[in-house]
Ligand binder design. Structure first.
Ligand code: ZN
Ligand code: ZN
Length: 542
């Protein structure tokens, strides 16, 4: 078995204990031992002197949608930005949508029902979760992937009506599908309660799914019904903060079912939602104190990627495509959005087009307000045109979540919390403008928040990027630099590590300070650059 020695390492091992000096011997896919100076072996196949660098476990992206990318033949090219920022494992299948289980009668177009594929055609040769995971293994993933089963996915198998409540027979089918996916290796369940069909789920239905997960000992990752004080998920006559209600509903269900609750991508969307951060975190803290198994995850940005249709109310979506051309519906939409935007606190400047899902690409990277000026249309009309041309598949970065440039107190508070794990939630597409999170999330945390702002220690950050995330989803022997663990390793320079953020004219670039990355004992990034011929990730069946 091949041996590689990482000499003169400053080791942050992922457990939270203080950094220490040592030499790491990797044998085959695993870490063989951590050696002191006088234990060094006389000969090994390869020695890398890592003096001056920190060696830590590979980062785990807790909330990923790469399961929609991995089945594509060119996935290694698309995912190399994740490896180049030190991510060695992703937990995919989030926000209620997973590519499995699938049934042939759904047809190839079904993937478009979900928000994530960027409308690239998706050929499915699998039906069950087990077959999907086999398919991914054979496709040689570029990094390790653990897979959640999505509620929206099983809903589509049980019912062809998206917005309709499931009958008790359909409900039984859905639950059986989730159980089967668990049995075949899914590491948990995801709920997308802000999107159709999750938005229509009753509390009783959510509870039934959570009870099943709890009995199976698997976590539930939930995209909440609301991340702002006002949302389409609840009636506008509900005058308290919608996001707090959404959180309390899930905590009540966790209290009843005992499920491990993972709140996905914690966000406070819109200026007027920011002030709810203290109450929100207090609710989480007291639930934790009460014994509820709750954690959350977040990314270090004041924007997030979503679809162009995200602000369109369900009555308008239900009337598409005719509604695009109907002046009366336009007027109603305009009035509603005007009121809604000002109550929540955002406007059309906060929407940045990153992927137009057509062949033109001319406006990618620009704000909707800017595109509107160029096209000489109103901002709303511009957004509807982008929606119409892309059939709702265009993606945007939604700014004004958790703060804004120069005012990031809310974001700092989220990232510093001990129950916060780290993630990208980044959608990626072919060649176009990416969400900067796909390139810079982990280097940004270690550079900006650990080194520059000193919000928390490197040991604390690494623990929340690695071992805690692995434990959350039951990823065995991952997330620690200890003998016997899989050799998923990142070697990085604590003085230079940083993201390279986007500017007005340029998208984000490859981060600085990531030197080498190993996945399962194989070097996949050398001097910051991905070695494209290596696809040595594993599918982690739990
Ligand atoms: Zn989500
Ligand atoms: Zn997501």
């Amino acid at each position: 078995m091949k041996q590689c020695l990482l000499k003169n390492a400053n080791i942050i091992d992922g457990t939270g204990k203080p950094a220490f000096k040592g030499h790491i011997l990797v044998k085959g896919m695993r870490i063989e031992s951590i050696l002191k100076d006088n234990d060094l072996p006389s000969s090994v196949d390869k020695v890398i002197d890592v003096s001056g660098n920190t060696v830590s476990p590979g980062f785990i992206d807790m909330h990923s949608h790469l399961d929609w990318v991995m089945p594509h033949a060119d996935h290694a090219e698309l995912t190399k930005c994740f490896l180049e920022q030190g991510v060695t494992t992703v937990v995919a299948g989030n926000c209620g949508a997973s590519p499995a289980p699938y049934r042939k009668h759904l047809g190839e177009e079904w993937a478009k029902l979900f928000l994530f594929p960027g409308c690239r055609k998706f050929y499915t040769s699998w039906e069950s979760m087990g077959e999907f995971l086999d398919y991914l293994s054979q496709a040689k993933p570029s990094l390790n992937i653990a897979q959640l089963v999505g509620h929206a996915t099983v809903h589509h198998i049980a019912s062809d009506k998206r917005q309709k409540k499931l009958s008790s027979r359909q409900m039984k089918t859905s639950l059986l599908e989730v159980q089967k996916a668990f049995d075949e290796g899914a590491c948990g369940l995801s709920l997308g309660l802000g999107y159709d069909p999750g938005i229509f789920m009753s509390l009783k239905e959510i509870e039934a799914f959570c009870r099943l997960a709890s009995n199976a000992g698997k976590p539930v990752a939930v995209h909440l019904k609301a991340y702002s004080i006002l949302s389409p998920a609840y009636s506008p006559t509900y005058l308290k903060s919608h996001n707090l209600r959404a959180l309390n509903e899930m905590i009540n269900i966790a209290r009843k079912t005992g499920v491990k609750l993972q709140i996905s991508h914690l966000l406070f969307v819109g200026l007027r939602s920011w002030r709810t951060v203290d109450s929100f975190l207090e609710i989480i803290d007291s639930a934790k104190k009460e014994g509820i198994d709750i954690m959350f995850d977040a990314f270090p940005y004041t924007y997030f990627n979503t679809t162009v249709n995200v602000v369109l109310p369900s009555w308008f979506l239900a009337r598409l495509p005719k509604a695009y051309k109907n002046p009366l519906l336009f007027l109603r939409l305009y009035t509603e959005l005007l009121v809604g935007f000002s109550l929540v606190g955002f406007n059309f400047k906060d929407f940045q087009l990153i992927h137009d899902a057509t062949t033109s690409n001319t406006h990618e990277g620009k704000r909707i307000s800017e595109i509107a000026k160029e096209l000489n249309l109103s901002p709303l009309r511009t957004m509807l045109e982008i929606s119409r041309k892309s059939k709702g598949c265009a993606s945007i970065l939604f700014h004004g979540a958790n703060g804004e440039p120069g005012n990031e107190k809310v974001l700092d508070q989220i990232l510093s919390h001990s129950l916060c794990l780290f993630e990208t939630d980044a959608l990626i597409y072919k060649k176009e403008y990416h969400n900067p999170a796909a390139l810079g999330t982990f280097p940004k945390i270690l550079g900006k928040y650990v080194r520059d702002k000193k919000l928390f220690s490197a040991e604390n950050a690494i623990k929340r990027m690695t071992s805690l995330s692995a434990e959350r989803f039951g990823l065995k022997d991952r997330g620690k630099i200890i003998p016997g663990a899989f050799a998923d390793i990142v070697i990085w320079n604590p003085h230079t590590i940083a993201e390279q953020p986007p500017t007005d004219i340029k998208p984000a670039a490859q981060p600085k300070g990531i030197k080498h990355v190993f996945v399962n004992g194989e070097q996949v990034v050398c001097n910051g650059v991905s070695l494209m011929n290596k696809q040595v990730g594993q599918v982690l069946r739990i």
